[in-house]
Design a protein around this ligand. Structure first.
Ligand SMILES: [Zn+2]
Ligand SMILES: [Zn+2]
Length: 247
């Protein structure tokens, strides 16, 4: 009997002794250390566990179909959101973005979702909770982060870029609405050959939340343009300076 060649298992074996100068300002190097089948309620994936050498964080790639050595692979980057992804928080729509991302990829011949351990737009879980407390006092997401001494968005996609290159993916079609993700990946040497829009209409729950916020705080949210989001775009409120978009 001939064993079917397993490109992901081969990749894990190849990465065993991997070490490099790393990517991004923190010079993070990641390596693939384990792979297994992961049937989910959305469909069948393989899960690849990555370990990073800077803070020992564990990241994962959810892989559908053949991606190693392929080009134009649909890719979704998802930053961890414990409160949304796991607890079903209505303060953001991360869980919807995660599940829609997985469903979108399963409709393609192949795809990868990278689950990145950068909680709360990169400020960490405890600081995200602190930011929520400030928001209860009337600050918006951006102001709350800035009050805590953070930029609006501390996320860094160097780890994602390294993971994609480790997976031997030649170019990606990014499932995103966020030009910053495309810009950063390109900066780190990942060829972005296209973009797949990530469209999630407001659901009954977060629409209610947004309308409540509007009614209670007097904030105006434009439902046609921006939604409550943590993953892709900041919530934009009338009278607030637009988030800077790179040119
Ligand atoms: Zn490396
Ligand atoms: Zn979230």
């Amino acid at each position: 009997m001939i064993e079917e060649f397993d490109a992901l298992a081969a990749l894990v074996a190849k990465d065993h002794d991997h070490d490099c100068d790393g990517f991004g300002p923190s010079r993070v190097c990641v390596k693939a250390v384990a792979v297994a089948d992961l049937p989910t309620r959305f469909g069948a994936f393989r899960i690849v566990g990555f370990w990073n050498n800077r803070d020992s964080k564990e990241h994962i790639a959810m892989v559908h179909g053949d991606v190693v050595g392929h080009a134009d692979v649909p890719v979704r980057l998802h930053s961890e959101c414990l409160t949304g992804d796991v607890m079903g928080s209505l303060r953001c729509d991360c869980r919807d973005q995660l599940t829609e991302g997985l469903r979108t990829l399963l409709q393609k011949p192949c795809g990868v979702l990278l689950y990145l351990r950068q909680e709360g737009r990169g400020i960490g879980l405890i600081n995200k909770i602190r930011a929520y407390a400030l928001q209860q006092q009337g600050l918006d997401t951006v102001e709350a982060n800035q009050a805590l001494g953070f930029r609006d968005d501390e996320r860094d996609y160097a780890v994602a870029a390294h993971m994609l290159l480790s997976l031997g993916i030649h170019s990606v079609q990014l499932v995103t609405n966020n030009p910053e993700k495309i810009r950063q990946l390109a900066q780190y040497g990942v060829a972005v050959s296209g973009r797949i829009p990530h469209v999630i209409p407001p659901n009954d729950y977060n629409r209610f939340y947004l309308e409540t916020k509007e009614r209670r705080s007097g904030h105006m949210l434009d439902f046609t343009k921006k939604r409550l989001e943590e993953q892709s775009d900041p919530v934009v409120l009338e009278g607030m300076a637009s988030p800077e978009q790179p040119g």
